[in-house]
Unconditional design. Structure first.
Length: 372
C-alpha cells in the first residue's frame, strides 16, 4: 500500500531533497544537487518566487520507506496574467512501481482540480530559470548542474497515467575543434562598426553585478515569445543573482552594449561542474568548495547556460561578437567540449545560431501534460 504524506517539517523537507541520492546511488550519470541550495529553493522565507507562486511537497511511502516524491506548483503569474491554467509538477522521482507514480500524480491532479486549473504539466520548476523535462534519450551521458536526470523507466510511468508530450527539448554538444573562427571573426568587426557596439570584458563578479538587472530584462524580452515563458519578479532576479553569480567565471560572461552603454545581448557559459558535484555528494562542507573551485579553474568542458539578444538586434549578426569573445577565452583555457543546456526543439532561431559548429543531439527530454 502506498501512502502519500505532505512535507510539513524541516526533517521531511530534507528527506524530500535527499530521496534521489538513494534512488540514483549507483548511477554514474546522475549529478546530485547541493543539498543546502535545494533546501533554500524550497524555503518560502528565502525564495522570493513564493511571492507569485505556491508549492506543496509530497513524499510517497511504502511502509516506512520513502519510494517517491513530487512538488505541486502553481505559478499565479502564469495562471492569472497569462491565462494558462496549468497545475505544474516537478522534482518528480519514484521507484519503478506504477502505483507509486500514480499516487503522486493523483495528488497533483487533486490540487489542480481544487484550484480550478485545467491541466497538469511537468516536470517543470517555478519558471524558465529552473530545471525542466523528463529525459527520453541520452541516459548514458552525464547530467549537468542545470538539468534533471532520470531513469529510463520514467517515461512509461508518465504515459501509463495518460500524460502526453507537451514541449520537446534537445541538448546538443560539439567539440571545440569544430569551431572555425573564420565564420564570425571578420563579420563581428563589421557588426560592431555598423551598429556601434562593443563587447564587455569582465574580470570580477562585482563587475558583472552592474549589468545583472539589465541582463534579466534582456533575457525576458528575448524569450517572451517562447511557449514556456513565464515572467519573474524583481525579487527573484536579486535571488538568482545571489544564487548563481558565485558559480560563474567572469571571463565566461559576455555582454554586448550599444554606444550608450545599454545592454543589447548577453551569453553565460559555466565550466562543467558535473564531476565536481558528483564528488561533493551534495555537500559544500568540508571539502565541496574545493571541488567547485577546481572545476572553475580547470574544467575542459563548458555548458552554455543562457543567451539573449534584444528583438531589434536579432538576425543582425550580434551573436558573432559573442562567439568571437568566447572563442578567444576557450582557446586560452584549453576547452575541449562545448555543451548546450535544454532548448525547445521548435526554437529554430536558437538552433540556427549553432549550425556552423556541427553540433550533435546527445539528449532529448520533454514535458508531459494531461487535462484534468
Amino acid at each position: 500500500m502506498i501512502t502519500i504524506k505532505e512535507v510539513t517539517s524541516k526533517k521531511d523537507l530534507k528527506a524530500f531533497v535527499k530521496f534521489p541520492f538513494k534512488l540514483y546511488h549507483d548511477s554514474p550519470y546522475w549529478v546530485p544537487p547541493i543539498i543546502s541550495q535545494e533546501l533554500k529553493t524550497f524555503n518560502k522565507e528565502q525564495n522570493p518566487v513564493f511571492k507569485d507562486a505556491e508549492a506543496r511537497f509530497f513524499l510517497a511511502y511504502k511502509g516506512k520507506d520513502i519510494v517517491g516524491r513530487v512538488s505541486a506548483i502553481i505559478n499565479w503569474i502564469e495562471v492569472k496574467q497569462q491565462g494558462i491554467k496549468k497545475m505544474r509538477f516537478g522534482w518528480f522521482d519514484f521507484i519503478d512501481d506504477k502505483t507509486v507514480s500514480q499516487a503522486l500524480l493523483d495528488k497533483i491532479t487533486e490540487i489542480g482540480i481544487f484550484n480550478n486549473l485545467e491541466f497538469i504539466e511537468g516536470p517543470v520548476g517555478f519558471s524558465n530559470l529552473d530545471k525542466v523535462g523528463v529525459m527520453t534519450e541520452g541516459f548514458d551521458h552525464i547530467g549537468t548542474m542545470i538539468t534533471w536526470y532520470n531513469h529510463p523507466y520514467y517515461q512509461a510511468h508518465y504515459e501509463a497515467y495518460g500524460l502526453q508530450v507537451s514541449k520537446k527539448y534537445v541538448e546538443n554538444k560539439f567539440p571545440f575543434s569544430n569551431i572555425n573562427p573564420e565564420n564570425f571573426n571578420k563579420i563581428q568587426d563589421l557588426i560592431k562598426r555598423r551598429y556601434k557596439l562593443k563587447a564587455l570584458d569582465f574580470k570580477t563578479t562585482k563587475d558583472i553585478m552592474a549589468y545583472a538587472d539589465e541582463m534579466f530584462d534582456v533575457f525576458e524580452t528575448s524569450h517572451a515569445k517562447l511557449s514556456s515563458f513565464v515572467a519573474i519578479n524583481p525579487e527573484q532576479k536579486a535571488y538568482f543573482k545571489k544564487k548563481f553569480l558565485p558559480f560563474l567565471n567572469p571571463e565566461y560572461v559576455k555582454f554586448v552594449v550599444d554606444e550608450n552603454d545599454k545592454l543589447i545581448a548577453f551569453a553565460i557559459v559555466t565550466p562543467s561542474f558535473a564531476e565536481a558535484l558528483q564528488k561533493m555528494k551534495g555537500k559544500l562542507f568540508p571539502f565541496g568548495f574545493r571541488h567547485i573551485m577546481h572545476a572553475k579553474k580547470h574544467s575542459k568542458s563548458v555548458t552554455f547556460y543562457l543567451i539573449g539578444v534584444l528583438p531589434e538586434y536579432q538576425n543582425k549578426g550580434v551573436t558573432a561578437i559573442i562567439f568571437n569573445e568566447f572563442y578567444n577565452e576557450f582557446e586560452k583555457k584549453g576547452v575541449e567540449q562545448c555543451i548546450r543546456g535544454p532548448e525547445l526543439a521548435d526554437n529554430t532561431a536558437i538552433h540556427q545560431l549553432w549550425k556552423h559548429f556541427n553540433p550533435t543531439v546527445h539528449k532529448r527530454r520533454c514535458t508531459m501534460s494531461k487535462p484534468i
